[in-house]
Design a binder for this molecule. Structure first.
Ligand code: ZN
Length: 285
């Protein structure tokens, strides 16, 4: 089993009981987030889930995040291997604007293990002005990497796997990334800059947003517009009904509609063009 062209669903380690319902599609898989991520991997494996499973410690996020120069933990790597993770992810810290030292320190340390994926949580400038430098450095190390991109202006997709992404997960896959993970809830679809100021539109974890395929957007359920959904959860009912639905049902709709798009992407003969046309038509929707 490998990660090739997979669209994974990134959940919290606490979501272990519901997670499998979100990742039953062929081409899917799960990323468990947090310090107990590997325990969730073990539990889901024991229950017979045979899709890809990853564990993202996410030391790079939040007000207590560590810098990318921090020492990577061999115990964290070993715990993932022993729990049955598909490939171990490093417990990297954050790589700030222009912080080459952090980038090199992570890649340097990751090189000591075979088959690990170096997690690179980067300031938005790394995928804009500094993208050539980022790509060259990753290529020089010959490393297998996964990016987490901090909130910033829209950017042209890179051919690298993504963790904790929103709809950019499909952009990355269309541009040649081996796999990508979409967050099941708002906080797992973003890496917020620190210090983080809670803005009007942002609420903590529990807030439910539904994916609207025509707009390529996650919309808070109270603000869903007209329109119906033909996914296997909604059965052609109005999308608005999700305002009354539980979180698992909203997330099942999200996973199902995203995987339909993922299937279309895999079938398209020119994936970058498919993605460009899709994003253009979403702008006019
Ligand atoms: Zn639906």
């Amino acid at each position: 089993m490998d990660l090739h062209e997979r669209l994974l669903v990134q959940v919290s380690a606490r979501d272990v009981y519901d997670a499998v319902a979100l990742a039953g599609h062929p081409g899917s898989g799960l990323v468990f987030t947090g310090q107990a991520g590997h325990d969730a991997v073990r539990m889901v494996r024991r229950r017979g889930y045979d899709g890809p499973l990853l564990a993202d410690r996410r030391r790079y996020a939040g007000s207590a995040r560590v810098r990318g120069t921090a020492r990577l933990s061999p115990d964290w790597i070993a715990d993932q291997v022993e729990s049955g993770a598909t490939a171990p992810l490093t417990d990297s810290g954050y790589i700030g604007k222009g912080d080459h030292e952090a980038l090199h320190t992570i890649l340097e340390q990751a090189a000591q293990w075979e088959d690990v994926i170096a997690v690179l949580p980067v300031h938005a400038r790394w995928v804009a002005e500094d993208r050539t430098s980022l790509m060259r450095t990753v290529t020089d190390y010959g490393a297998s990497v996964a990016l987490v991109v901090e909130d910033g202006p829209p950017y042209r997709p890179l051919p690298f796997p993504l963790l904790s992404a929103g709809i950019e997960c499909l952009g990355a896959l269309a541009h040649g990334a081996a796999w990508a993970a979409v967050g099941v809830r708002e906080v797992l679809r973003h890496l917020y800059p620190e210090p983080h100021e809670a803005r009007g539109g942002w609420r903590r974890g529990g807030a439910r947003s539904a994916f609207v395929p025509e707009r390529l957007e996650f919309v808070p359920v109270e603000r869903l517009g007209e329109g119906t959904c033909g996914c296997s959860t909604c059965h052609g009912r109005p999308l608005r009904r999700l305002a009354e639905a539980g979180e698992l049902e909203v997330n099942t709709h999200n996973a199902t509609t995203l995987h339909r798009l993922h299937n279309r992407l895999l079938r398209s003969t020119h994936r970058e063009r498919w993605w460009r046309e899709l994003t253009e038509s979403a702008l006019t929707a």
